[in-house]
Structures are given as C-alpha cells and as structure tokens.
Design a protein around this ligand. Structure first.
Ligand code: UT7
Length: 331
C-alpha cells in the first residue's frame, strides 16, 4: 500500500549535549581571537565538547534512547536507522550499526549518510520515502556530530565555530494532514571545494589542497556565507510554494545554526519576524547536521511546539547541499 505523503511525521524526539563547555574566553587562550570578534561575527558564546575518551556515536545512543522514550516506542519496533554525520568514529562499521547493536534495535536496517550540515533534511526525505513504501513502519533518524574531532584547534578561522551534539527523531504514519507536507533538496557540487574534510585515504593531492587541511575541516567562510543566506531563503520558499501556503502561515522556522548573521540574513529575505526563528547557536555553536533535530527536541520538551503548528526546517552545508521541509507538527 502506498500511503499519502502528508501522513508521515515525527512521533518522538531526543537529543544529547556533552557537559563540557568551551567558552569564547577559553578560546582566547588557545588562538589569536577575542570574545568580542566571535560574538559579533558569529553569535556564538559557548560550544559543548565531547570528552576525549568518548566515541562520538555514544552521543547518538543517548539521543536515540531519549527519542524512543519520548515516542513511547521500543527499540525492537524500529525498522530502519538512518544516521547523518560528517564526523563518524569509523567509515565502517557505520555509527548507525554501532547504535543499532547497542540499543537493541534488532529488527532495524542501519546505515550512515553524509550530506554534511543538510544531512537531517536529506534523511527526513529518505525516511518518508521508506515509510511510504509500506515496508518500513517506524524509522529513526539520528544526527550525530563530533565536530571537535574534525577541527584544527590552531586554526582560528574554523575552531571558534563548531561543537558536538546529537539529535534524533522517530517517524511513522501519523494522523492525516499532519507530518511532512513538503521537502525540497538540492546539491551544488561545483562549489564542493568550499568546505573540505579529507579522510585518511584521500589522495595526496586532495590532502594537500588546503593549507593545514591535511586531516581537518577547511572552508572558504565568505563563499559559504554568500551561498548560505540565499540557499536557505530559496529552499524555504520552494518548500512552502509546493503546498500553496505563505510565510504568514508558518509558526516557527528551524534554520541550521551556523552563524547568527546567516540566520538573520535568511529570515530577512523570507520576511519572517525574529520571534518565529529558532536559535540556540549562542550555546552550541555549529553542530552540523545535529543542529535542527537538537532545536526540535529542545522546543518539543519545553512545550514550545503545538499540535498543528506549521514548521519550516531548513539547512545548507558541505557538498554543497541545501534543503527545506515543511512539517505540520503532530505531537
Ligand atoms: O555549517 C556550514 C559551514 N560553515 C558556515 O556556515 C560558515 C559560513 N561563514 C561564516 O560564518 C563567516 O564567513 C565566518 C564566521 C567564518 C567568518 O566571518 P567573516 O565576517 O566572513 O570574516 P572574514 O573571514 O572575512 O575575516 C575577517 C577578518 C580577517 O582578518 P583581516 O584579513 O581582515 O585582517 C580574519 O583573519 O577576521 C579575521 N578572523 C578572526 N579574527 C579573530 C577570522 N577568524 C577570526 C577569529 N578571531 N576567530
């Protein structure tokens, strides 16, 4: 049976933030930067950092268990686990499989996917497609990012920006008219080298492509910034146009948290007032694909989201990639 696209939605959320806080004043002691520069140029004050001896996927376990509890679903009821990351512990085994084994999701298929910071939106589309086949009833999406391990802590251009966290959601069929109403995704591969993160067996040429970029994240911040503002506004517009609503019908926007100036610039283009735009970047920094599900979970647990609210989830990131989903909240 093929179900209507609009009847698949989020039935539970979870997240995990490491306890250790790295503040702007801590960073002042590590690189040539200042609290004033970071706050003014990015909006970030603190970020959370994983303990050295904790594998990143363990954050995903905590977020997954948290989402199962929130949804009132048992691990063995999950049919698929899709994990988004660009900072995994291993290329194989996937973080999804490691988590599947440890939480006892014995009936789930499990795999990782990478669309960088847009990963969560891409994964929602995959989860919705899986469920719409009728073969998978309950799908868990986990976004798990140990970005502190991918950063050169001597590079002030990048090390002030990122943090670690995981977020998770469970999707299934929901009441008709609720759930994911539309999703628009895109990739702009010709701009791919704007953000690079080589892996251990990249060619020597690829490893040497950027100064100091042999094993760490490198980016052309200005290029990414220019792309991001337009991409987030355009993606959101495409997703709302597809279902014939306007920004006035939107209760809340959850943008990828990369830089307050990017969020403000995109919101301005969408003519969305500040109070409708979710932001926690001051306390988390950029946690890549985990930023949207973390924001959703914190808002869900704080009772900010009401059943029937129309939400826009919108992101951009490495690849380059972009994507937006419109969701009618059903919890
Ligand atoms: O998740 C997706 C991935 N990434 C992003 O979304 C990042 C998008 N880009 C950005 O958020 C911004 O471009 C940055 C925050 C990365 C940089 O901000 P900016 O306003 O574009 O600064 P800039 O790169 O143009 O640099 C301005 C100045 C430079 O000095 P000079 O050349 O003018 O003397 C930099 O060297 O700021 C300097 N600078 C810093 N100064 C103090 C760069 N990083 C720092 C720093 N502290 N941490």
């Amino acid at each position: 049976m093929v179900m209507s696209k609009s009847s698949i939605g989020i039935i539970g959320t979870g997240s995990y933030l490491p306890e250790k806080i790295l503040s702007n004043s801590d960073l002042e002691k590590m690189v040539d930067t200042s609290d004033e520069w970071i706050t003014k140029r990015t909006g970030i004050s603190n970020r959370r950092i994983l303990d050295d001896d904790m594998p990143a996927y363990k954050m995903g376990i905590a977020a997954a268990n948290n989402a199962l509890e929130n949804a009132g679903v048992k691990a063995e009821e999950i049919d698929a686990i899709i994990l988004t990351t660009n900072s995994p512990d291993y290329l194989t085994p996937s973080s999804a499989c490691l988590i599947q084994g440890e939480i006892g999701a014995v009936n789930a298929i499990a795999f990782d996917m990478n669309a960088a910071c847009t990963g969560f939106i891409y994964a929602l589309e995959i989860a919705q497609s899986f469920i719409s086949t009728g073969k998978y009833k309950k799908v868990m999406v986990i976004s798990c990012e140990g970005m502190s391990r991918a950063i050169d802590w001597t590079d002030r251009n990048t090390c002030v920006l990122f943090g670690d966290a995981a977020g998770a959601v469970i999707l299934s069929e929901v009441e008709e008219g609720y759930g994911i109403l539309s999703t628009c995704l895109g990739s702009v591969g010709e701009k791919g080298k704007c953000i690079t993160l080589p892996c251990s067996f990249s060619s020597e040429e690829d490893k040497a492509i950027r100064n100091g970029g042999e094993k760490y994240l490198w980016m052309d911040g200005t290029e990414v910034f220019k792309f991001a503002v337009g991409a987030m506004a355009d993606a959101s517009k495409k997703a709302i146009d597809e279902i014939g609503i306007t920004f006035d019908d939107i209760h809340m926007v959850f943008p990828h948290q990369a830089n307050t100036r990017i969020i403000d610039g995109a919101a301005k283009r969408m003519k969305i007032p500040e109070e409708k735009v979710y932001s926690n970047i001051a306390e988390t920094g950029n946690i890549s694909s985990a930023s949207i599900p973390l924001g959703l979970d914190l808002s869900n647990k704080r009772g900010i989201l009401k059943k029937g609210d129309n939400l826009v989830l919108v992101g951009f990131g490495g690849g380059l990639t972009w994507g937006a989903s419109v969701i009618k909240w059903c919890l």
